[in-house]
Design a protein. Sequence first.
Lengths: 167, 389
Amino acid sequence: MENKNLEFTEEILEILENNCKYSEEQIAVMLNRDVEYVREAIKKLEDENIIAGYRTVVDWEKMPKETVTALIEVKVTPQRGEGFDKVAERIFRYPEVKACYLMSGGFDLTVIIEGKTLKEVAFFVAEKLAPLDSVLSTSTHFVLKKYKDNGTIFEKDEKDNREVVIL
Amino acid sequence: MNITEMISPLVRNIPPSGIRKYFDMINEMEDVISLGIGEPDFVTPWNIREAGIYSLEKGDTHYSPNSGYAELRNEISKYLNRRFEVQYNPKNEMIVTVGGSEGIDIALRALVSAGDEVIIPEPCFVAYKPCTIFAGATPVTINLREEDQFKLTPELLKKAITPKTKVLILPFPNNPTGAIMTREDLEGIVDVLKKKDIIVISDEIYAELNYEGKHVSIASFPEMRDKTLIINGFSKAFAMTGWRLGYACGHPDLIAAMLKIHQYAIMSSPTTAQKAAVEALKNGDKDVYTMVREYNRRRRVMVAGFRKAGYNCFEPLGAFYVFPCIKSSGMSSELFCENLLIEEKVLVVPGTAFGRCGEGFVRATYANSMENIIEALKRIQNFAGKHIK
């Protein structure tokens, strides 16, 4: 029973992760469950912050507004007793930071920054990130083109090229 | 010389497909949603495509062994055992074919000739009847009924068997109805067949698309194993329709006879497709699972949508079709499809395309995106609002 419920919950997440615009009623039909059940399950997932938000995948390059994305490799000194978490928090609190991951390998944190211009991103690194006490070094890579983001391919051929009738 | 008269009467007398007109109609329309496509909307999973590309890069561009690459036959054998609990020796009990369709054709040609009867339960896939006729034999159809959930019942089967019966086609999970045969359903059929000299051609191309249980093959009954030929393939399970690859498994003598036809008519199945298929069988289970889960959700949306529109729709448990009854519209199946296309730009296929007993029904496939399905159902509900009596 536990497993069965877990499977349903996973499937709700799978559906919403791909398209959060489906209504509770639609999801209930898809999963052959009561709307009430689905509503409660989603509420619980939201309360537990498993569903951490509903956002839209935007391809800003198609808009006239210029944006710049950079991936920054950051080497840091971990803090006694707090490890990397405190350092990371000082970094990810900045609204410019879109994502922040602790990494294995040659550096410690991946920080993804979005800004309006190259200059803005460069300033952020030079004036906010690099001067932090625990930051030993940074290496900034600018994104030239986004092919796929959050599982979504931006330049896709949406045309259904199947024959219109196949028996 | 009149060329038409030169055409063999066997071929000449088969009527052309009745769906041609929809192609012509659609060509002049925009924004049509087609629920008439009997193939997955998914593209072949990337790892499988990549295996095909790699084989081309390596230069695997030659003929393959007549019965298919040994590596592929080994994988098929393991797969059938893993998924459907049937065992076939990859050496002499299977043949790799150009789609399941070739398997059906060469099986019938290997088995029947003039005077033999082939039992075909309808509504069904459109190829069985013509292939029977091309082989010179006589098709005997059984009209499956909605009240039986379009299953083949022992009573209907018994009535159709004559001393001339040589083959029974068993097409489940079924195109176009989505009906399946459970183990219990098959038991009754096995009882009828076990003492008879009738070969079952079990077309299991939709075996993976089974939504409330696992597909049971009639070949898994010990008394039926040698009398059954399993037809299966990669098209539906792995979304590989265009690769044209299937296989048939059965008694070594039958396979040897089919191989004779295959080696002279086809020579060997496509090499690239076989290389890709090995990858599908080795690492494709996860993708199949994901696709089946998605189909299942769409299936429920589809059934609910037709019912909401006011049409009776029995719950299909297999394949990727629903087969709602549209008799309440007062229209024939053909007229219903034509009007729906003209008024709402949604294409479904008249049940009559799959046998005369399909009158009063239409086939709609959910091998389409959820967005398209939801939009199509909205239009169908709109249509029903105007036409339901």
